[in-house]
Write a protein that binds this ligand. Structure first.
Ligand code: 5GP
Ligand code: 5GP
Length: 212
C-alpha cells in the first residue's frame, strides 16, 4: 500500500492580521468577513492550526476524508468571526489538509475545529499585544523585538512573525502536542536568531488599522 506520512511533531497556530492581508487581496471577499467593513476586525484571526515537523516541513492531507460543513454546524458562528479564511479554502484540493494530519491528537473534524478555537481563545495574542501598548495604528511603528518579547513574557515561548511591506501579516505561535506553548523557532534561544527567523519583518513594524 501507500506509505503513510509520519506523525507531525508540533502544532503551529497561524494567525493573520486583517489590517494587512485585506489590503492586498479581495479573494472571496463576499464570504470573507475580514473584508467586510461591518466586521472590521482589529484582532488577529485564525489562518489555521497547522501540524508541523521540526525540520520545517509539514504533512498535508493525511487521509482522504473530505471537509463536511455539517459536522461543524454548531461552530459556524465563531468560525465565521474568528476563522474567516475558512470560507476561502479551495475545495478542489484536499479540504482537510491540516485537520486530517492533526487527527492523532485532535480527533475528528468537529474536535479539530473546536480545539483550534479553544487554543485561540486561551492564547489571546491580540490582548497580550494591546496590553503591552501595541495597538492598531496607521502611523505608529513598533519594535519587532518588543512585540516578540511581549509574547514571550506572556506565553514563555517565541512566536514567529511574517510581514509584508513592513506590516505584520502573520503571527505564529507554537505548541507541543499537549498544547503547552513552545518556540516556533527550532533550536534557538538567542535573540538575534529569534529576530532573523521573522526575517520578512524589518526592525520596526506596523500593525495597520483595518480600512474598509
Ligand atoms: P503561503 O504560501 O501562503 O505561506 O502558504 C500556503 C499554504 O501552505 C498555507 O495556507 C498552509 O496551508 C501551507 N503552509 C505554509 N506554511 C506552512 C507551515 O509552516 N506549516 C504548515 N503545516 N503548512 C504551511
Ligand atoms: P491554507 O492552505 O491557507 O492553510 O488553507 C487554505 C484554506 O483552507 C484556509 O482558508 C484555511 O482556513 C482552510 N483550512 C486550512 N486547514 C483546513 C482544514 O484542515 N480543514 C478545512 N476544512 N479547512 C482548512
Amino acid at each position: 500500500g501507500k506509505p503513510r506520512q509520519r506523525e507531525f511533531d508540533y502544532f503551529n497556530l497561524a494567525l493573520q492580521w486583517p489590517g494587512t492581508y485585506c489590503q492586498r487581496t479581495r479573494h472571496c471577499c463576499s464570504s470573507n468577513a475580514c473584508c467586510r467593513g461591518s466586521n472590521s476586525p482589529s484582532v488577529f484571526t485564525i489562518h489555521g492550526l497547522w501540524p508541523d515537523y521540526n525540520d520545517g516541513t509539514w504533512p498535508a492531507c493525511c487521509t482522504r476524508k473530505h471537509f463536511d460543513e455539517k459536522e461543524i454546524s454548531t461552530l459556524l458562528d465563531p468560525l465565521e468571526k474568528y476563522w474567516p479564511s475558512l470560507s476561502c479554502g479551495n475545495p478542489s484540493s484536499c479540504h482537510e489538509k491540516h485537520g486530517t494530519c492533526s487527527a492523532p491528537v485532535t480527533g475528528d473534524e468537529y474536535n479539530y475545529f473546536l480545539t483550534t478555537l479553544n487554543v485561540y481563545f486561551k492564547y489571546n495574542v491580540t490582548k497580550v499585544l494591546n496590553e503591552a501598548g501595541y495597538v492598531p495604528s496607521n502611523t505608529e511603528k513598533y519594535p519587532l523585538g518588543g512585540i516578540v518579547s511581549a509574547i514571550q513574557n506572556a506565553f514563555h515561548a517565541t512566536p514567529k512573525l511574517a510581514c509584508r511591506n513592513g506590516a505584520v501579516e502573520e503571527l505564529h505561535i507554537c505548541f507541543y502536542k499537549d498544547f503547552k506553548p513552545r518556540d516556533c523557532v527550532v533550536g534557538s534561544s538567542s535573540s538575534s536568531d529569534v529576530l532573523s527567523s521573522s526575517n520578512s519583518c524589518p526592525n520596526y513594524i506596523s500593525l495597520p488599522a483595518y480600512a474598509s
